[in-house]
Design a protein around this ligand. Sequence first.
Ligand code: HEC
Length: 144
Amino acid sequence: MKYAIAAFLIIGALAGCAKGAQSSAAASASAAAANNPASASDGGAVYVANCSSCHQTNGQGVPGAFPPLAGNPVVAGNPIAVIAIVKNGIDGRVEVNGQAYSGIMPRWKGVLSDEQIASVITYIRSSWKNHAPGVSVAQVQSVK
Ligand code: HEC
């Protein structure tokens, strides 16, 4: 019985801790975005499952084939433009840090939910050396 109580206390302490860490991360992110951004850690899983095959786990892409998302001014720039690219795909010429790409990225609308799109964009904007504010589900919903 004693052990059960001890285990319960430990689990409680761990849960409290995780919650504290999460809410402080959320607080600093929302101070930057000023609007309830989606979770970057949820976005990490979405990224690995859907994006890393082309853009690579380290966000460096493949020169000449898949543009880097790390250190990419478009990714860290206007959030609405990034949402539009991820939702609707992009087919044309993009130039990143002097290197041209003219591939096709399919649309993610209908494949990923708005929640997944918000969290994956929050992830790519805050990973590697990117330091841009996260995006919210409401912002993703606002882009058709
Ligand atoms: C099948 C390969 C592939 C996958 C998977 C993929 N992309 Fe892309 N992505 C591309 C290509 C190719 C481009 C450049 C398109 C062009 O040249 O017009 C691109 C462009 C982008 C851009 C715009 C970069 C810029 O500089 O304009 C963003 C942002 C982006 N992808 C995010 C994502 C995210 C987030 C995911 C996962 C949900 C993802 N991509 C999955 C191939 C892919």
